[in-house]
Every structure is written in C-alpha cells, then in structure tokens.
Design a protein around this ligand. Sequence first.
Ligand code: GDP
Ligand code: CA
Length: 316
Amino acid sequence: MKVTVLSGGVGGARFLRGLIDVLPQSDITVIGNVGDDLELLGLHISPDIDTVLYTLSGAGDAERGWGRADEAWRALDTVAQLGGDTWFLLGDRDIGLHLYRTEALRKGEPLSSVMVRITRGFGLDLTLLPATDGALRTWVDTPAGSFPFQQWFVARRHEDDVDGLRYLAADGVSPHAATAAPGVLEAIASADLLLITPSNPYVSIEPILAVAGIREAVRARTVPCVAVSPLIGGKAIKGPADRMLTRLAGGTSAAHVAGCYTGLIDALVLDEEDADDTSAVAALGVRPVVTRTLMRDPATRRALAEAALGATGSVL
Ligand code: GDP
Ligand code: CA
C-alpha cells in the first residue's frame, strides 16, 4: 500500500516514527514543509524536513524533539564571540548537513534532488520530498508587525498573537511562485492513502497546500485522506497551534481542526479527551476516529499509525 504523507516538523516526525514501524519505508512518501526554511550564516536551513530526517534515522535528540543527539555547539560559540547571529540554534553536527546541502543548492541542484542523497545517506528508504524546490516562506502577521516564520517562532518565542499567515516569495514581499517539486503531485495522485500528520495546520500543513497544484491534487483525490489532530483536550502538546486556532478559527475543538481541512480529508483521528466533538466533526462530512493520540513511546506511536491506517477501511 503506497502512502503519501503531508508532514510538519516535530509532531509530523513523531507520527512518522510510528508509521515506519507498521509500513515498509519504500511504500512511504513524505511531503515536507519548507515554509519554515531560512538562510542564516550563509546556510540554507530546512528545519521541518531535517526534524523528520533526524527523528526517523535515529540521529535526532528525542528529548528536545529537534536537532541531533550528541550535539556540540562550538561553531555557534565562535559566531557568538564575533557578535554574529545566534538566535537560531545550530549545532556542529547539524551544520555539517547545512554545509553539504547549501553547497549543492549553490551549484544549482534542486532541493528535492539533494534530499534524495541526504535521505539515503542517513540510512532511510522512504522518499522525503520538500513540497517545492522554489521559495515559499511563511510570514506571520501580528499586532507587533509582520515577521518571517522563524523570527516570530524562535527569536520572538511565538509570543505575539497571530492575526494571519501569508505564504510569500523569498523576498518576503512578492506572492510566491512555488510549484510542486518533481514527484510531489505524482505521489499524491498515485497513493492508495493520503495522511496529514498531527502538525500545526496553519504553519506546517497549510504552507504545503499553498504550493501551486498541491491543494488541488489533494482535493481531486480518489483515495481517502486521513488527518490526525495535533490537539488533545483542545490543547497543543507544545507550541502555538491551540492559540492560533482560538484566534483564527474561533475554537480548539476537533471540529475546528477538521475545519482547517475542508474538502481535503475524509477522516480525522482525534483523542479520547475530545470524544465529545465527534458529532460536530461528522456534521462536516468527516468521519471521526477516536483513539489515544499521545505519542510517548514506540507502542503508542505505532497504535496511532495503525488507527490512521485503519480509519480508511471505513471510508474506502
Ligand atoms: P513543528 O513544525 O516542529 O512545529 O511541528 P509540527 O507542526 O509537525 O507539530 C506540532 C504539533 O504537534 C503541535 O501542535 C503538537 O500539539 C503536536 N504534537 C506533538 N506531539 C504530539 C502527540 O504526541 N500527539 C498529538 N496528537 N499531537 C502531538
Ligand atoms: Ca515547522
């Protein structure tokens, strides 16, 4: 069974760790978010895709949820000593990947192509594609002004309320002209099942859907699409998803989550704590599948992946 998964960073990677326990990696294509990407210290950084890469290959720091295990920070110490930009934490091992990838990009190789080598180099058999090889950057509009995603998320610790999101070109001004990376639309069209990870709908999944052709391809699906809610009891495990839903969607129920994916999903896997929301989800034409969704160990991750795969039996 071929499965194509739209994924953000930490929540997406946790879910995918369970999925690769129950499906052969060669059957899985992950379409990753690049709206969070940034250029810093001359390096191109793709935080969400790298979180998936590190987590699935076992190279990641499980406690932090991002970056590499057994990391050192000597390069950044030197940058700090010289008064350079250190607001975005880059470990030494992590920088090695950024150096390798940035060099390839400078030589004109597309990101999707470099990622094939990097994925194999980390010992993974699945396909990990950026949604686009072009530039699409998430901008966050707040009462304090508009910020590129990482400025808001990391430098300003996502404390500003979010009034809206925009997905722009690299200059942060023009509309983006990003088209789907080679293989992305094909992976959506040829999948037996589409999945959306328990990720932030606004800043992890929407920037994928905002790439020309991707939303349309998911909308035109002839197979089921199943999303997993990133909220438990109406709250995010970590990060601003709940605050964003409250302000931008008017609430944090499972129906509000389903409402982010109107016309795009057939089922929503939601937590037992949100079981009261099932009729409101069903009223949107989305099948609610209630289970435990907290992923704290291999068994709970695997069970959630199985629930998402099982949700399809009933919608096929
Ligand atoms: P980011 O790109 O690193 O911010 O990560 P994602 O957007 O992929 O995931 C962030 C979301 O993951 C948050 O809204 C969390 O609530 C959600 N999340 C993290 N761990 C879990 C979990 O164990 N279960 C569920 N259901 N959601 C989780
Ligand atoms: Ca992200």
